[in-house]
Ligand binder design. Structure first.
Ligand code: AQP
Length: 355
């Protein structure tokens, strides 16, 4: 029986400095997955412009995100690394999906509500249809697995809804053209053109929180630089930010249950766990009963040890922007071969003449 080719797709927006949350929640997981799957890692610049980006800063951030992927250990020769806008099929498929997605579905997206804020009328239309573009990014490669942080879970569910509706609406045509892949959903088997992509959200750092407020996620667009550890921060900056991280007056508990209602403590313990590959319980077995004044310097040393080789390698790569551009160009060429074939068949399924 035919099956979907197993493939991983994921991306980061070049909308500012890459931070520890992006690294622990996404990029570091990709490095592990690249030994098990063929992977496509995209710098999603078309997503970034859903909010205004100063052009020079966008160029710099695009190269910086690509450099971070490679510095973190992504093999851009064996896998595919490129920036989204170089492959126009993403935007083309997003339009087709805009005609599949329902307004009611888009209206439920919490990220739009968060990012648009109170003045929704002033938000770009791009920000509103962002989830269609994300579905297109993934399904242009008919990717089966997408490693992301917790915040992207709802968008991934929407991607599955779009795929399922497309498969359902065009079921006859998919069968007629003999391109369907039998896919079991519950106790039903459908003839799918698009896979129902699996999100991969696991580990102790699927949601790294701001160092200034444990109830808000660490984010590139947080106006306070003290809220996040950037991958480009040097040892002194990392230590200072961890020293200044908000905590409560109590010491560390010895059981995970003792972290309940203490978001800042939970966050720092989670970061330590993710950086060492341990569980929160392991960390508390070691540090339970100690004060933050003792824990923070150990955490800072650990963060510097893990991040400095990455930031050093990023600096080297960024000293040769033409080299990064060549990697992105090469990746885009290979990505495009896959995406053009998907779009051609998708259009044919929909009845859009293109011969
Ligand atoms: N705080 C986080 N903890 C764990 N994972 C995170 N990710 C983002 N923030 C955290 C994951 O990183 C990947 C890339 O995210 P993105 O660039 O698409 O944008 P985002 O999720 O909107 O990240 P930011 O930093 O908050 O950017 P801005 O401020 O520009 O919106 C995704 O897999 C995401 O889950």
């Amino acid at each position: 029986m035919a099956e979907f080719t197993q493939r991983v797709f994921s991306g980061v927006q070049p909308s500012g400095n890459l931070h520890l949350g992006n690294y622990l929640g996404a990029v570091r997981r990709w490095v592990e997955l690249q030994d098990r799957y063929p992977c496509i890692f995209c710098v999603v610049d078309l997503h970034a412009i859903t909010v205004y980006q100063e052009p020079k800063a966008l160029e710099h951030a695009t190269r910086e995100v690509a450099a971070a992927y490679i510095a973190a250990g992504i093999d851009a020769q064996k896998h595919i690394v490129f920036n989204q806008s170089r492959v126009p099929e993403h935007a083309e498929l997003a339009w087709l999906f805009n005609c599949v997605v329902r307004l009611g579905w888009l209206n439920r997206m919490t990220q739009f509500k968060d990012k648009a804020g109170k003045d929704r009328e002033a938000a770009s239309a791009g920000l509103y249809v962002y989830p269609s573009l994300m579905a297109a990014d993934i399904l242009a490669y008919r990717a089966t697995h997408v490693p992301v942080g917790e915040d992207q879970k709802q968008h991934l569910e929407l991607t599955r809804d779009i795929a399922a509706k497309f498969n359902h609406d065009y079921a006859e045509r998919i069968a007629e053209r003999g391109v369907g892949v039998p896919t079991t959903i519950g106790d039903e088997t459908v003839n799918a053109w698009f896979p129902l992509t699996e999100p991969l959200i696991d580990g102790p750092a699927t949601r790294v929180m701001s160092l200034r407020d444990g109830t808000k996620k660490m984010s590139k667009s947080d106006p306070s630089d003290l809220s996040r550890i950037n991958l480009t921060d040097d040892a002194e900056q990392i230590s200072r930010k961890i020293r200044k991280a908000k905590t409560d007056p109590d010491g560390l508990p010895s059981e995970v249950a003792g972290l309940a209602g203490r978001p800042e403590a939970d966050n720092l313990v989670g970061i330590y766990a993710a950086l060492t590959g341990k569980t929160r319980q392991d960390v508390l077995a070691e540090f339970g009963g100690r004060q933050f004044s003792e824990f923070k310097p150990v955490l800072a040393d650990l963060a510097v040890e893990v991040l400095s080789p990455i930031s050093g390698r990023m600096r080297e790569l960024l000293s040769d922007p033409a080299g990064i551009d060549a990697t992105l160009r090469d990746g885009a060429g290979r990505a495009r071969e896959i995406a053009t074939a998907t779009i051609a068949e998708t259009k044919a399924i929909m009845g859009l003449i293109d011969n």
